[in-house]
Design a protein around this ligand. Structure first.
Ligand code: GLN
Length: 336
């Protein structure tokens, strides 16, 4: 009798640790309390600085900070500036990779882009040396290649599909922050170089300047922290948007996408992120981050100041704390 009780306890601990669909979420007030306290803990942290290689990003007020959890059934728990629209930047990358998988199957990502972590910064010059063989859809080279793989017979069609797909994940129509686009496209010398080299190597599948323009527009899409939460919750919900109930990608490909996010979502900090937070996630230089607890919920945050790796300092700390407090790391509960 006693043994059975111990086994049951051990099994349920295991289930919770593995963040399975069967794990029980905390009560709403506990979710809210945990979001509020993570926000309060980091709202005065001033470490890091706004991205400045895209000139206009220096103008985003640095003290903005929002934290949100969105569950697979669409419940939202938030604190701070969760309705401020900022540019999605690289948080867009897994979602366009999802579009390519949905259109053409997961093999195309593996064969035509790659799914190996680079261990290098998103725009590393050294990375050029390895782009020929080793890349993934979450570094700039692979993300520009993913845009070039979207099936389209014109630039307009390519862009519309990318925009609609991001909108479907968010559950509302998203638009471009035109000033961000102008600022980034007029200074996109590095990304243009990457696109041209990839094309030269036969690893870019459309006109390079077209891929660069659509990629830059994709990065300039305006989102709120709440939108990122919903996009992540769509992944947590097996590819169905919790609000619109629309299927955005096949459930069977969600694990493959989350695997790439787990190994490369934080660029050259991906190892440390998985070591300390244990969740597949994606960051962007606009200050947004979304992390996914598979089968359960998403944790998203926004704050413009970035660390050396280009990841939002307040956001990553808040999400890591929440993951620790809820014990939802995918390999088991990380210590708090
Ligand atoms: N649009 C940005 C770039 O290409 C995205 C980088 C990022 O968010 N890490 O440089």
């Amino acid at each position: 009798m006693k043994q059975t009780a111990i086994m049951v306890a051990a099994l349920s601990a295991l289930t919770l640790g593995c963040a399975s669909v069967n794990a029980k979420d905390p009560a709403p007030r506990d979710f809210q309390r945990i979001v509020d306290s993570a926000h309060a803990r980091y709202k005065d942290l001033k470490d890091g600085k706004n991205a400045d290689y895209i000139p206009i990003l220096t103008e985003t007020p640095s003290d903005l900070f929002g934290v949100v959890i969105v569950t697979r059934d669409g419940k939202v728990y938030s604190a701070g500036d969760v309705d401020y629209a900022f540019s999605i930047q690289s948080v867009s990358k897994p979602f366009t990779a999802a579009l390519v998988m949905t259109e053409q199957g997961p093999g195309v990502l593996r064969d035509k882009i790659g799914v190996e972590p680079t261990g290098l910064a998103f725009n590393s010059k050294l990375a050029l040396a390895v782009y020929e063989n080793s890349q993934n859809p979450l570094v700039n080279a692979g993300a520009i290649a993913a845009v070039s793989l979207v099936k389209a017979s014109s630039e307009q069609e390519r862009w519309k599909k990318v925009q609609q797909n991001l909108s479907d994940f968010a559950g509302r129509q998203l638009g471009v922050l035109e000033k961000v686009y102008d600022s980034e496209y007029s200074t996109a010398f590095g990304n243009r170089g990457i696109a041209n080299l990839l094309f030269n190597w036969g690893r870019l599948y459309s006109d390079p300047e077209e891929a660069l323009r659509v990629y830059t527009r994709q990065c300039s899409v305006g989102v709120t922290a709440k939108d990122l939460g919903l996009m992540g919750a769509t992944l947590a919900n097996g590819g169905v948007n919790p609000l619109t109930k629309r299927r955005v990608m096949p459930a069977e490909h969600v694990p493959e996408l989350l695997a790439v996010m787990a190994t490369a979502g934080f660029y050259d900090e991906s190892g440390e992120w998985m070591y300390t937070a244990g969740l597949p996630a994606k960051t962007g230089v606009g200050g947004g981050i979304v992390a996914v607890v598979p089968g359960r919920f998403a944790i998203a945050a926004f704050s413009p100041r970035l660390n050396e790796a280009g990841n939002s300092v307040r956001s990553l700390n808040a999400i890591r704390d929440i993951a620790g407090e809820l014990g939802v790391g995918v390999f088991g509960a990380n210590p708090k």
